[in-house]
Write a protein that binds this ligand. Structure first.
Ligand code: GDP
Ligand code: CA
Length: 319
């Protein structure tokens, strides 16, 4: 059986994984999820990216938004607001609250996040093994200028409250350097036949996972094809504001620049969209095999084909 490891953020990672399951129904897929977006709200531990993967693959996602539960209501949030208790800018729905209550209760009882995630997945049966990148606390902070002062804000405050409308001067995965990969992460990488980077945010999703000591090294040393798909199409993020956080780390917002940022020491193959076919030579000059294929996840078949193309490129670089 083919063993595939995927480093995933939220919406981009989850949608790709759905296609991968169609493309490789018999594969054994381990997802290493980003936890740098995690935040404590109302006394509850919220893990947006893990939940997006879990809900998307488990059939509970709000398809239109790409995150949160389908058929959601926001009455708890209204009641909290009536008490003057915020933040109001983070959309936690009533059904979603249950997930965070269960998680927080289990963490309080002493279970590590990896075991909590497995327990939540027992309900959702995502069809992949979903592991948090670490059981330790990592929080991505963004340095911004607010009211004439340089401040570090939580990634969610930057992304959701400020809508990435101000310049990001730095992006720091606080705690990552002290974090240990969660149980199973390094073993899954060492035993993988292929490692895939879905079209997730290269800075605050894949970049954060790679910042946990041991993960980048494990992937580079595994000696198996590592193939990524560009989250930038036509030199712009398909959704979201990846260009803002790329600028903060000094990387141009182009498919080729993101490939060079990962580098040939990590990446063996890279897929760009057909509209970016002109950047294929530049990526190959950097020592990374590159192909231009459609990369818009606008339907199950298109997304499955992206996964097939990624696996085909992996076989090409293996040969
Ligand atoms: P987040 O944690 O919810 O922000 O999700 P991810 O980090 O997993 O993915 C976000 C990235 O997905 C963004 O940079 C988008 O540009 C990218 N993305 C979203 N939809 C598509 C798509 O259809 N095609 C490609 N190539 N990238 C996409
Ligand atoms: Ca995220």
């Amino acid at each position: 059986m083919q063993r595939i490891v995927v480093l995933a953020g939220g919406v981009g990672g989850a949608r790709f994984l759905r296609g991968l399951r169609v493309a490789a129904p018999d594969a054994d897929v381990t997802v290493i999820g980003n936890t740098g977006d995690d935040i404590h709200l109302f006394g509850l531990k919220v893990c947006p990216d893990l939940d997006t993967v879990m809900y998307t693959l488990g059939g509970g996602i709000d398809e239109a938004k790409g995150w949160g539960r389908e058929d959601e209501s926001f009455r708890v949030k209204e009641e909290l607001a009536a008490y003057g208790v915020g933040p109001g800018w983070f959309g936690l729905g009533d059904r979603d609250f249950a997930t965070h209550i269960v998680r927080t209760q289990m963490l309080g009882a002493g279970y590590p996040l990896s075991e909590v995630t497995a327990a939540l997945c027992a309900r959702w049966e995502p069809g992949v093994r979903l592991l948090p990148m670490t059981d330790d606390r990592v929080e991505t902070h963004v340095a911004v200028d607010l009211d004439g002062e340089r401040r570090a804000v939580h990634f969610q405050e930057y992304w959701v409250r400020l809508r990435a409308s101000v310049e990001a001067h730095a992006v720091v995965p606080v705690g990552a350097d002290q974090a240990k990969p969660a149980p199973g992460v390094l073993d899954a990488i060492a035993e993988a036949d292929v490692v895939l980077f879905p079209p997730s945010n290269p800075v605050v999703s894949v970049g954060t996972i790679l910042a946990v000591p041991g993960i980048r090294e494990g992937i580079a040393d595994a000696g198996v094809p590592v193939v990524g798909l560009s989250p930038l199409v036509g030199d712009a993020p398909v959704h979201g504001m990846a260009d803002k956080v790329l600028a903060a780390i000094g990387v141009e917002a182009t498919a080729a620049a993101v490939a060079r940022h990962y580098g040939s020491g990590l990446l063996d193959g890279w897929l760009v969209d057909t509209v970016d076919a002109g950047s294929v030579p530049a990526v190959e000059e950097a020592g990374i095999r590159c192909r231009a294929v459609p990369l818009m996840m606008d339907g199950p078949e298109a997304t499955a084909q992206m996964a097939r193309d990624a696996l085909a490129l992996a076989e090409e670089v293996r040969a």
